[in-house]
Ligand binder design. Structure first.
Ligand code: NDP
Ligand code: PYR
Ligand code: MG
Length: 760
């Protein structure tokens, strides 16, 4: 069980205030609705609404299946709850469940491009709830039930499945069961067990547990080898206390009465109950090479550290992201619905669930290819006791699971649309998901594995302190706070930030013991550039950028972030006085623009005002390198106002020349130009130039000059609704990132993490 000692604290811990601010910032909540058709002209309105809308109305009335062609139904799932069992928090009501349901809706979109809306129904009456949902059927392609207490959830789901002709899926039951079963299959394989003879104990007999037990029995577990326990102990035939029909269906013919008795000699134990339910004695009494899935959230029935102290032959999984082998339903519901929606399935049946189980289990046995390594913090996990199930950010999930689910739906006769080209479908699926979320997540994970000391050069500012707190809280490393200690502490107190916890270090330039070394270093660099010794003294004593950059140059910090109090070019000049460019590289700025599921890298957005052809070629190489490091195979477009010589003009000459220079350099990425932005980004327009060497729309845009780079990224941000990260500085010998003036704490912490990643 390597490495688990370091993982005592949850890595994603956030403060209550951060969580509230996250939800309240900007438009409150996590969701908004956007039209997919233009609504600009009278004609648009006539088509979208009266009179044009009457035509699809009549078509749907004549043939209901055409609703999938003319409305959003086919890609729309409702996430529905009454809040009676919100996560592990209990019955806090429908309204309080809304943040969770919005969260599930966002995960649907993020991971599988499924549009989703949350609906909170304010009743605990089972019949009222059922009636409310059943009449909503025409609006949706599927219903994802969430956080409804047992046994109500069983009645609600089975009645709605009968009443509705679209998939109804209780995520807490089947999502959990599918992921647990996938992990179990692999753990059985690794321990050389046959599922027909394996003895399993499941502690807990609620929503998740009953579904797990039903699924593994459907997969071939012998009913007599499965023992279910609840708060009253073993569920045995004839027991009357605390029973219901769902527990009775799994009551065992046995003399055992306690969990402790049941676990003696058991091969597998599932915990779907409560923190701490498994004792050391129970774990010790299990069979050799036991399989222990302690899935209670947020704290498992027993921790991996505790198990490791008791025995070293166990395969261990939990529901948490900070241990190996996370069993979490986010691995399932987005992809299962994706597959079900794509074949317009009328239900999600056992065949589809088992197909999802096998697809997930098989994925963990495959070699992890290069372009997926980023999702695993740069490591290449090998199928084994520490890797029995993929992580949620594995980009292969989007093509593996929906294909298997869709195929099973077709074969089991519940699909209303047949996909014949499954390989083509898998390719389409891969293109649906933008890897930026996994890229950033894996970047953060990688930094967590090798935490870094990052100096926050403007630590007297409140948003910088907030970013530093988030950096430390997320266990990315030590936040070195540069500034006057009294001011930093006063600001922290006003902002409610506790600086006495681990993860912070305050450095005051005026009293630092390293000042003389920094002055000597800077003077040696600048003495032949018109600087006197006292100029170097003044810069180190009075200027936080020079002090911080020198700290990084001399190895007293791993990286630096600055920029909110000084404009970009000034901050960059400060840094360049202290740090050179990396040998053989050119310092440039690259902005990441994320818009409608696409990510493009735009360069140079920071340094070169009017680059020469040679400089443009260098910029292309640096930007392509960054794209590749972030997991995107680069397709570089050298942009201009003209495309392949038309219209002709002097201004495009430099860009054409840059392409020739790249030809001579025999670079190892796709590039072409000069071309206009629409040719670079729009496949159809690009097709008018069949000789174009790009294999698809560009994802790296090299701008002809700084002004066009800056204007276009700002327009994308303001008018196009893009999220822009950066400019990210690349090409410096040490990792330094500069934010824009007035950046928010979330932007600053991203830049700090990027600086830390640069030093990994
Ligand atoms: N990792 C994952 O992806 C998921 C994990 N879970 C976890 O599973 C647990 C149960 O969730 P869910 O099924 O939705 O909840 P339910 O309320 O539907 O069921 C809880 C069950 O646990 C039993 N139980 C509670 N405490 C103990 C105990 N100390 N010993 C034995 N049995 C106990 C209850 O017994 P009784 O019937 O006697 O009251 C009940 O059967 C939670 O901790 C939840 O976090 C749930 C979904 C997904
Ligand atoms: C993970 C989940 O769905 C839950 O805890 O309820
Ligand atoms: Mg849930």
């Amino acid at each position: 069980m390597p490495d688990i000692d370091k993982k005592d604290r949850p890595v994603t811990s956030v403060t209550d205030q951060e969580a509230l601010e996250f939800h309240a910032t900007g438009r409150p909540g996590k969701l908004e609705i956007n039209p997919t058709k233009p609504m600009a002209t009278q004609r648009d309105l006539s088509l979208a609404y009266s009179p044009g809308v009457a035509v699809p109305v009549k078509a749907i009335a004549a043939d209901p299946q055409t609703a999938y062609d003319y409305t959003a139904r086919g890609n729309m799932v409702a996430v529905i709850s009454n809040g009676t069992a919100i996560l592990g928090l209990g019955n806090l009501g429908a309204l309080a469940s809304k943040p969770v349901m919005e969260g599930k809706a966002v995960l649907f979109k993020r991971f599988a491009d499924v549009d989703s809306i949350d609906l909170e129904i304010d009743t605990e009456n089972v019949d009222e709830f059922i009636n409310c949902v059943r009449f909503l059927g025409p609006s949706f392609g599927g219903i994802n039930l969430e956080d409804i207490k047992a046994p109500d959830c069983f009645v609600i789901e089975s009645r709605l499945r009968e009443l509705m002709d679209i998939p109804v899926f209780h995520d807490d039951q089947h999502g959990t069961a599918i992921i647990a079963a996938a992990g179990l299959i692999n753990a059985l394989e690794l321990t050389g067990r046959d599922l027909k003879t394996t003895k399993l104990v499941c502690n807990g007999a609620g929503a998740a547990a009953i579904a797990c037990v039903e699924l593994i029995k459907a997969m071939g577990f012998a009913p007599e080898n499965v023992i279910l326990c609840d708060t009253k102990g073993v569920i045995y035939q004839g027991r009357t206390e605390g029973m219901n029909q769902w527990k009775s269906a799994h009551a065992a013919k046995t003399d055992m009465r306690t969990l402790e008795e049941a676990m003696k000699g058991a091969d597998v134990v599932f915990g779907l109950s409560q923190k701490g339910a498994f004792s050391a004695k129970m774990i010790r009494s299990m069979a050799e090479r036991p399989i222990i899935f302690a899935m209670a959230n947020p704290d498992p029935e027993i921790t991996p550290e505790e198990v490791a102290r008791i025995r070293d032959d166990a395969i261990m999984a939990t529901g948490r992201s900070d241990y190996p082998n996370q069993v979490n339903n986010v691995l399932g519901f987005p992809y299962i619905f994706r597959g079900a929606l794509d074949v317009r399935a009328s239900t999600i049946n056992d065949a589809m669930k088992i197909a999802a189980v096998n697809a997930l289990a098989n994925l963990a046995r495959e070699d992890v290819p290069d372009d997926v390594v980023a999702a695993y913090q740069g490591n290449r996990p090998r199928f084994g006791s520490q890797y029995i199930i993929p992580v949620p950010f594995d980009p292969r999930l989007i093509s593996a699971i929906p294909v298997a689910v869709a195929q099973a739906a077709i074969e089991s006769g519940v699909a209303r649309k047949v996909i014949t080209d499954m390989a083509g479908y898998a390719r389409e699926l891969s293109a649906r998901r933008d890897p930026i979320a996994s890229t950033l997540a894996s970047l953060y994970e990688r930094v967590r594995r090798r935490p870094k000391r990052i100096v926050f050069a403007e630590a007297e500012e409140e948003q910088v302190l907030r970013a530093a707190m988030s950096y430390a809280n997320q266990q990315l490393g030590t936040a070195i706070l540069l500034g006057r200690e009294d001011l930093i502490r006063a600001t922290a107190e006003r902002a409610g930030i506790d600086l006495n916890r681990p993860g912070f270090e305050i450095v005051n330039a005026r009293i630092s013991t390293r000042v003389e070394a920094y002055i000597d270093y800077l003077y040696a660099r600048l003495q032949r550039h018109g600087y006197l010794h006292r100029d170097a003294q003044r810069l180190i004593h009075n200027d936080r950028n020079h002090f911080a950059a020198t700290m990084v140059a001399l190895g007293d910090a791993d990286g630096m972030v600055t920029g909110i109090t000084r404009n970009y070019s000034t901050a960059l000049e400060d840094v360049r006085r202290c740090i050179d460019e990396k040998p053989g590289h050119r310092v440039i700025g690259v902005s990441l623009a994320l818009c409608r599921g696409r990510t493009v890298f735009v360069a140079d957005t920071a340094v070169h005002d009017m680059p020469t052809a040679e400089e443009l070629a260098d910029i292309a190489e640096e930007a392509a390198g960054l794209a590749r490091r972030m997991g995107y195979p680069p397709r570089v477009a050298m942009l201009a106002y003209s495309t392949f010589g038309h219209p002709s003009g002097e201004r495009s000459e430099r860009v054409r020349e840059a392409v020739k220079i790249l030809d001579k350099r025999r670079v190892d990425f796709e590039y072409d130009g000069e071309m206009a932005a629409d040719v670079a980004l729009n496949r159809k327009v690009m097709e008018q130039y069949p000789f174009c060497r790009l294999s698809g729309p560009a994802n790296v845009l090299v701008m002809p000059a700084f002004h066009s780079a800056s204007i276009s990224t700002k327009m994308l941000q303001e008018l196009g609704g893009s999220t822009v990260i950066g400019p990210i500085l690349v090409g410096l010998d040490k990792p330094v990132q500069i934010t824009s003036m007035g950046a928010k704490d979330s932007d600053i912490v991203n830049m700090a993490a990027i600086a830390a990643y640069g030093g990994s």
